[in-house]
Design a protein around this ligand. Structure first.
Ligand SMILES: *Cc1c(COP(=O)(O)O)cnc(C)c1O
Ligand code: SF4
Length: 370
């Protein structure tokens, strides 16, 4: 539905269709006027919505908009989803792909960077476009995605790559958000992957538990459980996102034997403080979701304004380790062309203008980071 009408937010939330994910997807917010039904848009937000036109796409599910603080522009939900002027500001050293996804791209959809596992980017579409997406070029840039013209191409060459690389035992479905496809399409993909003997585990990376938990239906979980071992990786960034709906979605996955792990991005002004991260990590435990990674924000074009310092990240990690349940502490890492670098002294030592990082193979590179 591309109409520009505003709605009565309270009445909307009370409709029985609110819990139907397809109804929500058809009513995603794409204009300032629609967003105005949920929050009081600031002049900067309004200007940014105009300025990014023709450059970045944005959209927000009604469910995620309903978590926003209607008056506080610094609300961590708003900052993740509502465009900001800073996205268009040039930033020193910013790159479209600082983590080298394109460098390790072996087929249209396969990124094979580590020996025994590969990313399978099955779509470039997401229900909400995170303003801080590492693959912002792929997901949000209107000039195109990694797929370009090949968006609709057959998956055969991607399957063939996995089939011929018997060292791959772990496939991570990612994108974009894989759950944007319907269950039937996803089942075809899982069935095909399961026909490959050396694929031992399949991970599904999705932010639907945070953006539209209604997508995680019982039927969907039952379908997934037919292709075990399946692991789920999601992306909560702030304790405000741990709602009853999100908890119920994670519970449905867990009760079908699907472990749920979480990856958080450390974002300036959103969660770069001890209280937010501690509440997030302990809150995730109460819904039985295991903290896995804390990603340092990379210098991605259009995302740089969210970068914080490694010193800050380390300070937050020091406040967790030992003070809280062992698995409150995710692994704090920086993603580089050399892979994920644990941000401990052993793997990242400071230099005059940044850090010298070392990967698991002992390869080193210097990065400029404040
Ligand atoms: C992060 C990542 C993986 C998975 O890494 P794990 O540490 O096993 O979770 C695989 N491939 C690519 C390209 C990645 O960026
Ligand atoms: S859900 Fe993931 S892939 Fe999609 S915009 Fe957010 S970070 Fe990027």
């Amino acid at each position: 539905m591309l109409n520009d009408e505003s709605v009565d937010a309270d009445a909307y939330r009370n409709r029985p269709e609110w819990n139907d994910w397809t109804w929500q997807m058809q009513r995603c917010i794409r204009t300032a006027n629609q967003l105005e039904s949920w929050i009081k848009i600031t002049p900067d937000e309004r200007k940014a919505i105009d300025n990014i036109k023709g450059k970045y796409q944005w959209r927000i599910t009604p469910y995620y908009a309903s978590l926003m603080d209607p008056v506080d522009p610094r609300c961590p939900i708003r900052l993740q989803a509502v465009p900001a002027g800073a996205e268009m500001a040039p930033f020193p050293d910013a790159e479209v792909d600082p983590v080298g996804d394109t460098y390790y791209r072996k087929t249209n959809r396969i990124i094979h960077k580590y020996p025994d596992r590969a990313l399978f980017l099955i779509t470039s579409v997401c229900p909400v476009y995170c303003r801080h997406c590492t693959r912002k070029y792929h997901t949000s840039d209107l000039k195109g995605s990694y797929f370009g013209e090949a968006e609709g191409a057959s998956f055969e060459q991607d399957y063939a790559y996995i089939e011929s690389h018997t060292e791959i035992r772990d496939i991570i479905l990612s994108g974009g958000d894989p759950l944007t496809y319907g269950d039937r399409r996803l089942e075809e993909i899982l069935k095909r992957l399961r026909s490959i003997r050396h694929v031992e585990i399949i991970r599904v990376g999705s932010r639907y538990p945070v953006f539209l938990p209604m997508r995680i239906t019982k039927e969907f979980c039952q379908m997934l459980s037919r292709y075990h071992p399946i692991w789920f990786q999601t992306h909560f960034n702030h304790p405000k996102e741990i709602t009853q709906d999100a908890a119920a979605a994670c519970d449905r996955l867990l009760s079908h034997g699907i472990p749920v792990q979480n990856q958080t991005v450390l974002l300036k002004g959103i969660n770069d403080n001890i209280d937010a991260i501690r509440a997030l990590m302990t809150g995730l435990q109460t819904i039985r979701v295991r903290p896995y990674y804390l990603f340092h924000c990379d210098n991605v074009a259009g995302v740089s304004h969210f970068m914080t310092t490694i010193a800050k990240g380390r300070e937050i990690m020091r406040a967790l380790l030992g003070y809280s349940t062992g698995f409150s502490s995710p692994k704090y890492v920086l993603t580089t062309r050399l892979g994920k670098i644990p941000l401990t002294e052993e793997y990242a030592s400071s230099t005059d203008n940044g850090y010298r990082v070392t990967n698991y193979l002992g390869q080193t590179m210097d990065i400029r980071h404040v």
